[in-house]
Write a protein that binds this ligand. Structure first.
Ligand SMILES: Nc1ncnc2c1ncn2[C@@H]1O[C@H](COP(=O)(O)OP(=O)(O)OP(=O)(O)O)[C@@H](O)[C@H]1O
Length: 260
């Protein structure tokens, strides 16, 4: 479980995160929504060690992780996808997956001289794992494609695949749906649900597409002006007056009206 306690992140005098407290339960797919500028990405960045908090604490399974560097969190199984999202565009999809695991024996010259057999074995295992991941994500046909040629949605799937190469425990996904067509978004949604159910991944997902959030996430946490405004099921959230007020003039309000 991730517990965020009274977190602040200020930029000069501006309070982007202004006393946010929330919990992300192990095994959940938690949605994080809120109007533009609510502080969602800043909160993610603080949890994931990309930004230091001004004050407050972040706990992971009872252990304080406030201010740990991204690579330290990575080794604890906490990933924010963009930490590993920047694909190597001139490498193939499969090679991109094989780049992820840390501390391969082949990394040092000494090992290269003394442990060729071990390196070959590790590479064979990595290759097998990469192919399993591609199969799981239903993108085996893209194995030999250069990552730079993938569509935005396919790159998002590759991001998810890279989390699978390191057996992440909790993954923070920032706007997975941005610029992704509906069919591919459904594929991404299916992959998230299967990773959650079959592999025990916990997810925290920022997304503006309410259909996507409603289909995947429970609970949904709403942020506004740097604070947590409400929390509950997607249906519950969409009926909440304070939430509708915060979203006035935006897509969620239109959706609420359309549903109502
Ligand atoms: N490095 C920065 N310096 C100054 N202000 C910043 C910085 N990063 C974010 N902000 C401000 O903090 C506020 C919260 O930004 P943040 O990106 O966290 O919001 P968000 O909820 O993720 O928004 P969106 O949904 O539009 O991505 C915004 O007003 C933004 O302009």
């Amino acid at each position: 479980m991730i517990r965020v306690e009274n977190l602040h992140r200020h930029f000069g005098g501006f309070r982007a995160v202004d006393g946010a407290s929330l919990e992300i339960q192990t095994g959940s797919i938690t949605g994080l929504i809120g109007p533009n500028g609510a502080g969602k990405s800043t909160l993610f960045n603080v949890i994931a060690g990309v930004l230091k908090p001004t004050s407050g604490r972040v706990m992971m399974d009872g252990e304080e992780i406030t201010g740990l560097a991204p690579h330290e969190l990575f080794h604890k199984g906490l990933l924010r996808t963009f930490q590993i999202a920047h694909e190597f565009s001139s490498m193939t999809v499969r090679e991109n997956l094989m780049m992820v695991p840390a501390r391969q024996s082949g990394e040092t010259l000494w090992n290269a001289w003394t442990a060729r057999r071990r390196i070959a074995q590790e590479e064979a295992e990595l290759l097998k794992k990469a192919d399993e991941v591609l199969d799981f994500l239903t993108i085996s046909h893209l194995r030999d494609e250069l990552a730079g040629n993938l569509s935005g949605g396919q790159k998002k799937l590759l991001e998810l695949g890279r989390t699978m190469m390191v057996d992440a425990k909790i993954v923070f996904l920032d706007e997975v749906g941005a610029g992704v067509n509906r069919t591919l978004l459904n594929t991404i949604g299916d992959a998230i649900v299967r990773l959650n159910k079959e592999r025990g991944y916990t997810f925290c997902v920022i997304e503006h597409d309410m259909d996507f959030i409603a289909r995947l996430c429970d609970p949904v946490i709403v942020m506004a002006e740097g604070k947590v405004l409400a929390q509950g099921s997607a249906d519950h959230i969409m009926e909440n007056e304070a939430v509708i007020e915060a979203y006035l003039g935006t897509g969620l309000k239109n959706k609420v009206v359309a549903n109502g």
